[in-house]
Design a protein around this ligand. Structure first.
Ligand code: THU
Length: 158
Protein backbone atom coordinates (compact mmCIF):
# COMPACT_ATOMS: atom_id res chain seq x y z
CA UNK A 1 0.00 0.00 0.00
CA UNK A 2 1.40 3.49 -0.82
CA UNK A 3 2.35 5.51 2.25
CA UNK A 4 2.99 9.19 2.81
CA UNK A 5 5.48 10.17 5.50
CA UNK A 6 5.96 13.64 6.95
CA UNK A 7 9.13 14.56 8.75
CA UNK A 8 9.47 17.63 10.92
CA UNK A 9 11.53 18.89 13.83
CA UNK A 10 9.99 19.11 17.28
CA UNK A 11 12.24 21.34 19.38
CA UNK A 12 11.65 21.54 23.12
CA UNK A 13 11.88 25.35 23.04
CA UNK A 14 12.67 28.27 20.67
CA UNK A 15 16.26 28.25 21.99
CA UNK A 16 17.02 25.45 19.51
CA UNK A 17 16.08 27.67 16.53
CA UNK A 18 18.48 29.82 14.53
CA UNK A 19 18.62 33.49 15.54
CA UNK A 20 16.56 34.55 12.51
CA UNK A 21 13.89 31.94 13.18
CA UNK A 22 13.72 32.98 16.84
CA UNK A 23 13.24 36.58 15.69
CA UNK A 24 10.46 35.52 13.32
CA UNK A 25 8.65 33.70 16.13
CA UNK A 26 9.08 36.75 18.38
CA UNK A 27 7.63 38.95 15.63
CA UNK A 28 4.58 36.67 15.42
CA UNK A 29 4.19 36.75 19.21
CA UNK A 30 4.49 40.52 19.19
CA UNK A 31 1.63 40.75 16.67
CA UNK A 32 -0.82 38.69 18.77
CA UNK A 33 -2.38 41.75 20.49
CA UNK A 34 -3.42 43.03 17.04
CA UNK A 35 -5.74 40.06 16.62
CA UNK A 36 -9.43 41.03 16.43
CA UNK A 37 -11.01 37.90 17.85
CA UNK A 38 -13.87 38.91 20.18
CA UNK A 39 -15.98 35.86 19.26
CA UNK A 40 -13.50 33.02 19.67
CA UNK A 41 -11.14 34.78 22.10
CA UNK A 42 -8.47 32.86 20.19
CA UNK A 43 -5.64 35.01 18.90
CA UNK A 44 -3.57 33.79 15.96
CA UNK A 45 -0.64 35.76 14.56
CA UNK A 46 1.97 35.03 11.93
CA UNK A 47 5.21 36.58 10.79
CA UNK A 48 6.45 35.99 7.26
CA UNK A 49 10.06 36.32 6.20
CA UNK A 50 10.33 37.28 2.55
CA UNK A 51 13.10 36.39 0.16
CA UNK A 52 14.80 39.78 0.71
CA UNK A 53 14.68 39.38 4.51
CA UNK A 54 11.69 41.68 5.07
CA UNK A 55 9.43 40.53 7.91
CA UNK A 56 5.68 41.11 7.60
CA UNK A 57 3.10 40.25 10.25
CA UNK A 58 -0.61 39.41 10.15
CA UNK A 59 -3.34 38.13 12.48
CA UNK A 60 -6.85 36.76 12.52
CA UNK A 61 -9.76 39.15 12.08
CA UNK A 62 -13.23 37.94 13.00
CA UNK A 63 -16.70 39.06 12.01
CA UNK A 64 -20.10 38.77 13.70
CA UNK A 65 -21.10 36.75 10.63
CA UNK A 66 -18.70 33.96 11.56
CA UNK A 67 -17.87 32.48 8.13
CA UNK A 68 -16.31 35.79 7.17
CA UNK A 69 -13.45 35.42 9.67
CA UNK A 70 -10.03 35.92 8.13
CA UNK A 71 -7.31 33.58 9.35
CA UNK A 72 -3.88 34.90 10.30
CA UNK A 73 -2.03 32.95 7.60
CA UNK A 74 -3.80 34.32 4.49
CA UNK A 75 -3.90 37.78 6.11
CA UNK A 76 -0.11 37.58 6.39
CA UNK A 77 0.31 36.35 2.82
CA UNK A 78 -1.86 39.25 1.63
CA UNK A 79 0.13 41.76 3.71
CA UNK A 80 3.37 40.38 2.25
CA UNK A 81 1.96 40.61 -1.29
CA UNK A 82 0.96 44.23 -0.70
CA UNK A 83 4.33 45.25 0.66
CA UNK A 84 6.55 43.27 -1.72
CA UNK A 85 4.53 42.29 -4.80
CA UNK A 86 5.83 39.15 -6.51
CA UNK A 87 8.27 38.24 -3.74
CA UNK A 88 8.04 34.80 -2.17
CA UNK A 89 7.64 34.14 1.54
CA UNK A 90 10.42 31.77 2.54
CA UNK A 91 9.41 31.21 6.18
CA UNK A 92 6.35 31.80 8.32
CA UNK A 93 6.14 31.61 12.11
CA UNK A 94 2.64 31.08 13.50
CA UNK A 95 1.63 31.36 17.12
CA UNK A 96 -1.60 31.38 19.10
CA UNK A 97 -2.99 32.54 22.42
CA UNK A 98 -6.30 31.58 23.98
CA UNK A 99 -8.11 33.68 26.56
CA UNK A 100 -9.41 30.46 28.10
CA UNK A 101 -6.32 28.37 28.72
CA UNK A 102 -2.58 28.28 28.20
CA UNK A 103 -1.80 26.54 24.93
CA UNK A 104 1.32 24.53 25.55
CA UNK A 105 1.37 22.98 22.10
CA UNK A 106 1.48 24.39 18.55
CA UNK A 107 -1.81 24.90 16.65
CA UNK A 108 -1.81 23.50 13.13
CA UNK A 109 -3.03 25.76 10.34
CA UNK A 110 -6.57 24.88 9.24
CA UNK A 111 -7.22 23.13 5.91
CA UNK A 112 -8.08 26.33 4.07
CA UNK A 113 -4.87 27.98 5.27
CA UNK A 114 -2.82 24.96 4.23
CA UNK A 115 -4.24 25.15 0.72
CA UNK A 116 -3.37 28.84 0.51
CA UNK A 117 0.17 28.29 1.79
CA UNK A 118 0.53 25.44 -0.72
CA UNK A 119 -0.64 27.72 -3.55
CA UNK A 120 2.01 30.26 -2.58
CA UNK A 121 4.71 27.61 -2.79
CA UNK A 122 3.50 26.30 -6.15
CA UNK A 123 3.09 29.80 -7.56
CA UNK A 124 6.68 30.78 -6.80
CA UNK A 125 8.26 27.33 -7.00
CA UNK A 126 9.73 27.92 -3.54
CA UNK A 127 9.45 26.28 -0.14
CA UNK A 128 8.05 28.05 2.89
CA UNK A 129 9.43 26.85 6.22
CA UNK A 130 6.75 26.76 8.92
CA UNK A 131 7.60 27.45 12.56
CA UNK A 132 4.70 26.68 14.87
CA UNK A 133 4.38 27.30 18.59
CA UNK A 134 1.65 27.66 21.20
CA UNK A 135 1.96 30.09 24.08
CA UNK A 136 4.58 27.82 25.60
CA UNK A 137 5.99 24.37 24.95
CA UNK A 138 7.61 22.84 21.88
CA UNK A 139 8.26 24.38 18.49
CA UNK A 140 7.42 22.35 15.40
CA UNK A 141 9.36 23.15 12.23
CA UNK A 142 8.30 21.94 8.79
CA UNK A 143 10.69 22.60 5.93
CA UNK A 144 7.82 23.16 3.51
CA UNK A 145 4.18 24.22 3.93
CA UNK A 146 3.40 21.45 1.43
CA UNK A 147 4.52 18.93 4.04
CA UNK A 148 1.33 19.52 6.02
CA UNK A 149 -0.95 19.25 2.98
CA UNK A 150 -0.49 15.82 1.45
CA UNK A 151 -2.66 15.44 -1.65
CA UNK A 152 -3.47 19.15 -1.75
CA UNK A 153 -5.49 20.36 -4.71
CA UNK A 154 -3.20 21.32 -7.59
CA UNK A 155 -3.88 24.01 -10.15
CA UNK A 156 -2.07 21.79 -12.66
CA UNK A 157 -5.34 19.86 -12.97
CA UNK A 158 -7.25 22.85 -14.31
N1 THU B 1 -7.66 30.71 12.80
C1 THU B 1 -6.56 31.18 12.14
O1 THU B 1 -6.28 32.39 12.13
N2 THU B 1 -5.79 30.27 11.47
C2 THU B 1 -6.02 28.92 11.43
O2 THU B 1 -5.30 28.19 10.75
C3 THU B 1 -7.13 28.36 12.19
C4 THU B 1 -8.03 29.31 12.86
C5 THU B 1 -8.52 31.67 13.50
C6 THU B 1 -9.88 31.83 12.90
C7 THU B 1 -10.68 32.32 14.09
O3 THU B 1 -10.52 33.73 14.18
C8 THU B 1 -9.99 31.69 15.29
O4 THU B 1 -8.72 31.25 14.83
C9 THU B 1 -10.73 30.50 15.88
O5 THU B 1 -11.05 29.57 14.89
Amino acid sequence: MPTHNISYDAHPSPAALSAEDQELLEAAKGALPNSYSPYSNFQVAAAARLEDGTVVTGWNTENAAYPMCICAEPATLAAAASQRPGMPVVAMAITVKSANHVLDQPASPCGSCRQQLHEHESRFGTKMKLILRGESGPVFVFESAGDILPFGFSGKLL
